[in-house]
Design a protein around this ligand. Structure first.
Ligand code: TNX
Length: 566
């Protein structure tokens, strides 16, 4: 007869209750964030003598501190909760949105467990199962925080807002064995360690950027990336929708942008674009994963695809050829012509109407084809157009040379060794500092740390290397608040990891460059600085290996990490 784990699970539960009581009594502080060390075989004294081998009883309860991003506070109580086919998911209130979060959890448990967990309205506080509730959460957890209390009978998740429940659900997924992420039925058992997690993010902006202009990525590719980002509590997807090599979003007033301007990509292969329906599908999908899409139209440089599509946007009135190389042509939008602003009002207007999130990114980087005074005027005018469309502008850090409107956000990226002379770089850095001092918020995307398109090491075949190699440690081991002297924590909205696609041909390439570095950026955005340590992170990252594998992610198994043996 096969030995069933559940036959003796009550022994675990009993011993863990005792252990939990001892632990709480001993350290007295439920806010301690270090996991409780367990004796090698905690049941040895309580298990009755038996001749049957009890292999599962030798297994310590699952850890509850193996989560990325690391939660703000974890207290383990040493017991085990077991999910079964009859575990109910109870939600409160049973609004469509909260029901959908419950169903999302059930849907992510289904393929590997084979269980179709029922999601239902809670009728009072449930005594067992999984409970998702918006009542009685600690207001201090804020809009994205959550509290998770796991006992052998009940997984109780509370939050102030649905976003908090969604993030708590990601934590629950990561507390289950890695095989839960498999797309086919696995043996289980589906157990979680018991304890309490209280968690909320360090920064409001935890972003990833995807360049769909240099190489085009399909709606399916983007939604796949969204799913993976959501697992690590990332909440912004910045889409770089146009560049020299291609225009990727349908604009009804300017049809040639996609009819012609989208036709190619780097290397001269066929490009592509999102119809407005495609774009809405991406935005809605992202929204269901609590990710805000930030659309970018880069300007006045990096715009060759648009200049090639409409001669009138060029000062000389002549359209350049489509460009499929990987450096930047110096062409610029003609900032002195009225038609330029009609064009921008139309483009920004249509994009704003399609975008529920509050931001429109207006690029502004590497505008070498425009004089500095022209650039400053232009960027001020474009900010007003964005504001008139009801949105807030985001721009690469160069925009801080112009007067920033209240609400405009600057995105730091460049290095002293970057594509500028050091004098130009210093000017931009000074302007950024002043903008921050005048109240503008800054997103940190330092190219030598957060750029997912840079090689891991010299031998990496994909990627660029102008900002230097970025191994997993370099991507993880930095603090946004000590990056630029004079731009402290309070001025920083958050972090973002750009994935430029000059060298990335397909989803496989994308995943290889993003994973596992994006997990480190996600943790920088979420976890308090005092809770982060590279050596400790390495062990949690190693534990994500089997999860990424179960999810079918083509990640780079960096030798820096001691991945579990297969
Ligand atoms: C610089 S970062 C750029 C991009 C390139 C990237 C490649 C930025 C705002 N501009 O146009 O794709 O380097 O790493």
């Amino acid at each position: 007869m096969a030995y069933s784990w559940s036959d003796h699970s009550h022994l675990w539960q009993l011993s863990s209750l005792i252990l939990g009581a001892i632990v709480l009594g001993a350290c007295g502080s439920p806010a301690a964030s270090t996991p409780v060390p367990l004796p090698a075989n905690p049941t040895a004294t309580t298990a009755p003598a038996t001749t049957t081998p009890e292999p599962t009883l030798q297994t310590p309860p699952p850890a509850i501190d193996n989560v990325i991003p690391k939660p703000a506070s974890v207290v383990a109580t040493g017991g085990t909760f077991r999910l079964t086919a009859s575990t109910g998911i109870y939600v409160e209130p049973a609004t469509d949105e909260v029901m959908a979060i419950g169903q999302y959890l059930a849907d992510h448990i289904n393929p590997a467990s084979g269980y179709a967990l029922k999601v239902q309205a809670a009728n009072g506080a449930p005594a067992k199962g999984i409970s998702l509730s918006l009542s009685a959460a600690d207001p201090a957890l804020g809009p994205e925080g959550y509290q998770l209390t796991i006992t052998p009978e009940l997984v109780r998740l509370t939050a102030n807002q649905p976003a908090g429940l969604f993030y708590g659900v990601q934590t629950i997924r990561q507390l289950l064995p890695p095989a839960i992420d498999s797309s086919s039925v696995q043996p289980g058992p589906w157990v979680m360690g018991t304890g309490t997690i209280s968690d909320s993010p360090r920064f409001a902006w935890r972003g990833a950027m995807l360049d769909v202009a240099r190489h085009f990525f399909s709606v399916a590719d983007v939604t796949r990336y969204i799913d993976l980002l959501a697992y690590y509590k990332i909440n912004r997807l910045h889409l770089h929708l146009s560049d020299d090599q291609g225009w990727r979003i349908q604009i009804k007033a300017w049809p040639n942008l996609t009819v012609y301007g989208s036709s190619l990509e780097v290397g001269g292969t066929p490009g592509g674009f999102y119809s407005q329906e495609d774009y809405s599908a991406i935005v809605n999908y992202a929204r269901s994963r609590y990710i805000t899409v930030v659309p970018e139209i880069d300007m006045p440089g990096h715009l060759n695809a648009a200049l090639a599509s409409y001669p009138e946007l060029n000062c000389a009135g002549v359209a350049p050829a489509l460009y499929t190389g990987i450096s930047s042509p110096n062409e610029s939008l003609c900032v002195g012509k009225d038609v330029t602003y009609t064009f921008l009002e139309n483009v920004i207007g249509e994009l704003a109407a399609l975008t529920p999130g509050p931001y429109i990114h207006i690029g502004g980087d590497e505008a070498q084809g425009t004089s500095t005074p022209d650039y400053i005027n232009f960027m001020e005018r474009v900010q007003s157009i964005v504001q008139a469309s009801g949105k807030q502008a985001v721009g690469w850090e160069e925009i801080s040379q112009s007067q920033l409107l209240p609400g405009t956000i600057a995105q730091h990226w460049n290095l002293p060794t970057g594509p500028y002379t050091s004098a130009e770089h210093q000017t931009v850095q000074q302007d950024l500092l002043q903008a921050a001092q005048k109240g503008s918020k800054v997103i940190m995307s330092p190219a030598d740390k957060a750029y997912l398109d840079q090689k891991y090491q010299d031998a990496t075949t994909l990627g660029l290397s102008w900002a230097g190699d970025i191994n997993v440690e370099t991507a993880y081991n930095w603090d946004p608040a000590s990056l630029i002297p004079g731009i402290p924590e309070n001025d920083i909205l958050g972090v973002e990891a750009p994935l430029w696609s000059e060298t990335l041909n397909n989803l496989n390439d994308l995943e290889y460059m993003a994973f596992p570095r994006i997990l480190g950026i996600a943790e920088i955005g979420w976890t308090p600085q005092a809770g982060r340590d590279w050596n400790e992170y390495k062990t949690r990252l190693a534990a994500q290996g089997p999860r990424l594998e179960a999810l079918g992610v083509n990640f780079y198994a960096s030798p820096e990490i001691n991945w579990p043996q297969k």
